[in-house]
Design a protein around this ligand. Structure first.
Ligand code: DC
Length: 235
């Protein structure tokens, strides 16, 4: 697409493991936009909470975590070789650690804390203020950028999502089994959709894509075509 076309904001929300980040990353690359994986930011805070023993199976020191926010400095740093930005927490690369099943198990309660959301939403708005951004998460079209020119809501059958996630983890040699992944997805969807602050919802101006029976390429083509239409619509 020509560089003279106006830059828009693209919000991609949806359930866990629907391929949001893969498609968002690819779309940003194709359009020459910035990609922001907001899930990575909630995962980074969760990693910090686990490392500092603020959360485990029996306890969650919410006040301790809220008081620690001022000591949590998050940054995305672009890795040329990998072709995407990696998450840094207080100058340390934690891209691999935040994808573990342990972090996945604790991220939803952390993401339900209003102070954590406020802290991260401010940073997300700052990152997208110049437009030309593809941001994926749960509340991008509803809270972070309610005026986004294009809002996409991704969904897919839960069993298919768990199978895809299992394959992905196996390819990366990460320990995983179907049952654990499926239960984790179900639990996260439940907490993410029912929390009081910024729950996952399909806003009325979002376009729904069901990714159950389409492959990654078809999913990308659908999203790209919607993006082209939205960009042209804003000339
Ligand atoms: O996209 P993901 O699976 O990496 O996100 C991890 C968790 O973070 C997810 O279960 C809910 C939370 N999240 C959120 O509450 N709001 C966002 N904008 C992004 C993620």
């Amino acid at each position: 697409m020509s560089k003279s076309l106006p830059k828009i904001t693209i919000a991609i929300d949806g359930f866990s493991s629907t391929g949001k980040s893969t498609v968002a990353k690819q779309l940003a690359k194709e359009l020459g936009y910035v990609y922001v994986d907001t899930g990575a930011m909630y995962r980074a805070i969760t990693f910090y909470a686990l490392k500092n023993k603020l959360i485990d199976t029996n306890n969650f020191d919410k006040v301790g975590l809220i008081n620690s926010l001022k000591r949590i400095f998050l940054q995305f740093r672009y890795n040329k070789e990998l072709g995407f930005a990696e998450m840094f927490l207080n100058e340390k690369n934690i891209e691999k650690e935040i994808r573990s099943i342990e972090v996945s198990n604790f991220v939803s309660p952390v993401a339900a804390i209003p102070e954590v959301r406020k802290y991260l939403v401010e940073q997300q708005r700052e990152m997208g203020k110049e437009k030309g951004v593809v941001m994926d998460g749960r509340d991008i079209g509803s809270v972070v950028f309610p005026d986004a020119e294009l809002k996409i809501f991704l969904t897919a059958d839960a069993k298919i999502r768990a199978e895809r996630r299992l394959l992905e983890m196996q390819e990366k040699n990460q320990k995983a089994d179907f049952e654990t992944i499926y239960n984790n997805l179900m639990e996260r969807d439940e907490i993410d959709s029912n929390r009081a602050d910024s729950p996952l919802v399909k806003v009325k101006d979002a376009i729904v894509i069901d990714a159950s029976y389409i492959n990654k390429e078809e999913q990308f083509n659908k999203v790209l075509s919607l993006a082209h239409k939205a960009i042209i619509g804003h000339v």
